[in-house]
Design a protein around this ligand. Structure first.
Ligand code: ADP
Length: 181
């Protein structure tokens, strides 16, 4: 991802005979602010979508990444979860969707991300997020950016959606626009 682009400038000064070459190497993504948004996303909800939309106002690129935890039983397969999220971003080239089965910080290094994006709904989320943010910063220096949920989405969680699904309820209002399960 960090391809190097070489620019060569040919400049001529006041003196016609003075012609010099300035060569500089610019890392394509030197100033690009890239964040990962890790989660289980079982499934991805409009609450997650809102965090990403707001994150895009200050990050250049967000990689939504599904952490694969073999010990954690999920309703949707990884492939289905990837498909659900990709549906939401077909027209958004600044959002990439991937899965990973390593430590989150190792994944962030592998994709050259400088930030972890997370959402906070309640004090219940707070301690977990603070501990994870501290550990990740200590391990790699990566910063975690946490956005408070929009209050209209604060009650939405993947587990509520899964519960409703188990009772055959219509959950379309909890999904991002243009997404079907
Ligand atoms: P995890 O298992 O890592 O908590 P989740 O898929 O449950 O994965 O959540 C991923 C991130 O999205 C977390 O930071 C979580 O707090 C946040 N999040 C979940 N639901 C909402 C919501 N309704 N509004 C804002 N953020 C949310």
């Amino acid at each position: 991802m960090k391809e190097e682009v070489k620019f060569i400038y040919l400049c001529s000064g006041f003196n016609q005979h003075l012609c010099y070459i300035v060569s500089c190497t610019i890392s394509e993504n030197k100033h690009m602010k890239r964040a990962i948004f890790p989660g289980t996303f079982d499934p991805f909800t409009i609450g997650h979508f809102s965090i990403v939309q707001r994150g895009l106002t200050f990050f250049d690129e967000i990689i939504i990444c599904i952490g694969i935890n073999q010990a954690k039983k999920t309703l949707f397969s990884v492939e289905k979860r990837l498909d659900i999220i990709r549906q939401a971003y077909v027209n958004e080239p600044r959002v990439k969707v991937e899965s990973y089965n390593s430590l989150t910080v190792d994944f962030s290094l592998s994709v050259h991300a400088d930030f972890v994006l997370r959402g906070l709904r309640s004090v219940g989320d707070f301690e977990y997020e603070r501990t994870a943010a501290d550990a990740n910063r200590r391990l790699t220096g990566i910063e975690t950016v946490i956005l408070f949920t929009e209050s209209k989405y604060s009650y939405i969680s993947s587990s509520v959606v899964r519960d409703l699904i188990s009772y055959n309820k219509d959950i379309s209002i909890f999904l991002p626009p243009n997404v079907t399960l």
